[in-house]
Design a protein around this ligand. Structure first.
Ligand code: EPZ
Length: 429
């Protein structure tokens, strides 16, 4: 298994290109199932999760071709995927595949909408929390689906097609909002989703479905209205930039000091995280090219943050912020409200010398003057990258194990960071 070796202490200076958003690319690929025409997705990041979803969709009979590079494309240009779901040969998503990537459960909405049935494995356990799928199921039931749970599978049937309905989510859920949007787009009649997730990735998927001939209004607000259409057509759509990758590198620069342009980043996708970074002492400026993050000399100030659905502080940046606060001059407090077990990085950051105390959903971080390199590992993607951030600022060498977590969500992380002066290398094997 690959490892990443980091010798900390260098500041970061230069430019980091921001890739397309993983959490938009995955549902957009799944939205390709909604049409029998070709959906072309541009700016798709090169990530293990994208390749895995390609294989999973292949299992349903979907052809996905990756277009070659075009003249003028730079090394980090995203890939273009052509998704052809003309023929769906199998409406079952088996346990072996869904358990490898939870988001593949989301095929349930489009399979049902197009084929009138779907048999999708329950995703099973997860490192960051229990993550049930009850709200996906409730949304589909509100659209007239008959649901049966049997042998670890959700059997969903709508033999006469889906009917528009009213979906009121008791809590904000990104995944179930995607499921509801996709299913309702091909339902008969009008659907209203209340307390919908407002995440930018929802807006991106809604924009794509609208380009396919869908009629969705209000995406990005808590109330979404969808008028179902009998069929959707092909389209071309470019994936929006990854706000979590953006926030992660912004935190890395705030941690090490330096001056980095995050090219292609969109500030409006992460206002709340940028406010927190400014409070911690980073200087952030926005231009047409992207975001410039600087911190020179001055120490880091402590912060108090509670994760929340968009536009609040994202849970997907919680671990990275915690790494940052380990060296702040004072006491920070971070409360995680989205996932109950998303603190696996705490013990690993402690191995680098961090002082963190956990009490239920709140972590209290006593800033220390220095961190010291150590071997570390993590059990999920964002926790792993928080260790990279810690290691970049720690004295001496750190070895990050289980790099496959990083590969799920960060395209060529070590190349992007070493181009800005970090001493970081991947060791194969
Ligand atoms: C998406 O997961 C993201 N994944 C996650 O990113 C992200 O952390 C999360 O949204 C929150 O922003 C993708 O986009 C692929 P939710 P999702 O449904 O949709 C509960 C990363 O690192 N819930 O918004 O699965 C759930 O347990 C990942 O890139 C139910 O109770 O998250 C959680 O407490 C990890 N029942 C809360 O809602 C349900 O049926 C929010 O989860 C569904 C969710």
């Amino acid at each position: 298994m690959d490892r990443i070796r980091i010798v900390g202490g260098n500041t970061l200076n230069g430019s980091i290109p921001i890739s397309g958003a993983k959490n938009a690319a995955l549902p957009l690929m799944i939205a390709g199932l909604l049409t029998d025409e070709k959906l072309v997705l541009e700016n798709v990041p090169r990530l293990a999760d994208v390749s895995l979803l390609q294989r999973i969709l292949g299992n349903h009979g979907i052809d996905i071709t990756v277009a070659g590079k075009r003249r003028g494309d730079d090394a980090y240009a995203g890939q273009t995927l052509e998704i052809d779901a003309r023929v769906i040969v199998d409406t079952t998503a088996p346990y072996e595949l869904v358990s490898k990537m939870r988001a593949s459960f989301w095929v349930i909405g489009p399979l049902l909408a197009r084929m009138g049935e779907a048999k999708v494995s329950l995703p099973g356990g997860c490192a960051i929390g229990t993550r049930p799928v009850d709200l996906h199921i409730a949304a589909l039931e509100a659209l007239g689906t008959e649901i049966e749970i049997d042998g670890g599978y959700v059997l969903a049937r709508a033999p006469k097609g889906l009917k528009g309905g009213r979906i009121v989510f008791p809590k904000v859920t990104v995944g179930a909002t995607h499921t509801a949007l996709m299913a309702a787009s091909l339902a008969d009649g009008e659907t209203t989703i209340e307390n919908a997730a407002c995440e930018p990735e929802i807006v991106d998927v809604a924009d794509c479905i609208n380009a396919m001939g869908g009629r969705i209004e209000g995406a990005g607000t808590p109330t979404i209205r969808i008028v179902g259409v009998p069929r959707l057509r092909g389209a071309r759509h470019s994936v929006l930039p990854d706000r979590i990758e953006t926030g992660t590198y912004a935190m890395a620069v705030a941690m090490t000091g330096g001056d980095v342009l995050l090219s292609g980043a969109r500030a409006d996708l992460l206002d709340s995280a940028l406010d927190t970074l400014r409070e911690a002492g980073a200087e952030i400026t926005v231009s047409n090219e992207g975001l410039r993050v600087r911190r020179n000399g001055a120490g880091l100030a402590p912060v108090e943050v509670t994760t929340a659905p968009f536009p609040g502080f994202p849970t997907d940046l919680q671990a990275q912020l915690m790494a940052l606060t380990t060296m702040a001059s004072g006491t920070s407090r971070i409360t995680e409200t989205i996932f109950e077990n998303r603190f696996m990085h705490v013990q690993e950051l402690a191995r680098l010398g961090a002082h963190i105390q956990l009490d239920g959903e709140t972590a209290t971080i006593e800033g220390v003057e220095r961190l010291k390199g150590a071997p570390v590992m993590a059990t999920d993607l964002r926790a792993s990258v928080s260790l990279v951030i810690g290691a970049l600022a720690a004295e001496g060498e750190s070895m990050i194990h289980r790099v496959y977590h990083l590969d799920r969500g960060f395209e060529r992380l070590e190349e992007k960071l070493s181009a800005c002066g970090a001493e970081i290398e991947r060791i194969a094997g």
